[in-house]
Design a protein around this ligand. Structure first.
Ligand code: GLU
Length: 306
């Protein structure tokens, strides 16, 4: 059988302009797709209205364009996909793989255990069989099993997690119709036929859930490659909340050279001098696509912004 051709993606949330940390994730996914002669798709993850900044999606696209990223299809906006998320949620509810939960945050203050995703829900509502006809009144949770999910991340190697013991019944849909990242990312990676997910280390903890959801929804499971996140001096992930600066359009070659080095790529002094002297971004991309080495990505969780 002919191997499936590579399809990669970059999926920014429009919570602010593109910052250096997102540029690193974008570059890694782009080079991995283009080096493998694949397609590279964009998805705007705009399903969390309170965290969105008006104009941020356009601003991110403009910055990517200015950096000469070339995407192969029209970007997909998650805000246009609510119907599909609900369809898949309904099938999980129908198969008793998801349930309604009436616990408020206050109810959970005392007995919530830690998980890599923040807090592990103790399962209070798992067997209450709340009526889901009017499910906008409740959070809807995935019913996870006492099951180990194993996978091999291209950067961090073999990993395994017990869904029930370590992660718990995560929220798939929040009250008032807000799909969660876990559900939307799984549905959309399948819809866009993504063969390998390249994203930041902070999302590695979601991977067992994404794999489990793929199994429940009969989707093919993509491969995964996580890259270290970029942190500031206080070891906080660069983000709008931690005051990360927007990428400036000036010094694009210099910025991209730093990104490549942070991603562990070896660039000769001579090449660097030539690129900078000629300010030749096209040549830098050509070189980077040809010489991309995913195995050289540092296997650390984070990298300090230089
Ligand atoms: N939207 C997420 C973010 O901006 C990335 C999601 C993903 O790549 O799976 O951090």
């Amino acid at each position: 059988m002919k191997p499936k051709s590579y399809v990669g993606r970059f999926a920014p949330s429009p919570s602010g302009p593109l910052h250096y940390g997102s540029l690193v994730a974008a570059t890694a996914s782009y080079l991995q797709a283009k080096h493998n002669n694949g397609k590279w798709l964009l998805r705007i993850e705009d399903i969390d209205p309170p965290r969105e900044v008006p104009g941020a999606a356009d601003d991110i696209l403009k910055t990517l364009e200015h950096f000469q990223f070339e995407w192969d299809e029209t970007p997909l906006y998650q805000s246009t996909r609510h119907k599909q998320y609900r369809t898949h949620l309904n099938s999980l509810l129908h198969d008793d793989k998801a349930y309604a939960c009436s616990c408020s945050r206050k109810d959970l203050i005392n007995d919530v255990q830690k998980s890599p995703l923040g807090k592990r829900y103790p399962g209070t509502c798992a067997n209450r069989k709340l009526d889901t006809t009017n499910y906008t009144d409740f959070n809807l949770r995935l019913r996870v099993k006492n099951k180990i999910v194993s996978f091999c991340d291209r950067t961090y190697g073999e990993l395994q997690h017990n869904l029930q013991k370590e992660i718990g019944d995560i929220i798939l849909y929040r009250k008032f119709n807000l799909p969660s990242y876990a559900l939307a990312v799984t549905v959309d990676d399948a819809y866009q036929e993504i063969t390998e997910v390249v994203r930041g280390y902070d999302l590695l903890a979601f991977t067992p859930i994404q794999i489990y959801l793929c199994q429940l929804l009969n989707f093919p499971t993509p491969n995964f490659l996580h890259v270290p996140i970029i942190v500031n001096k206080q070891e906080q992930k660069l983000s709008k909340q931690t005051g990360a600066a927007a990428i400036t359009m000036q010094y694009r070659c210099r910025t991209l050279l730093i990104v490549l080095k942070d991603l562990g790529q070896t660039i000769s002094k001579q090449l660097e001098v030539d690129i900078l002297n000629n300010n030749d971004l096209t040549e830098l991309w050509r070189w980077a696509i040809e010489h991309w080495h995913a195995d050289s990505i540092p296997k650390t969780n984070h990298i300090y912004m230089s």
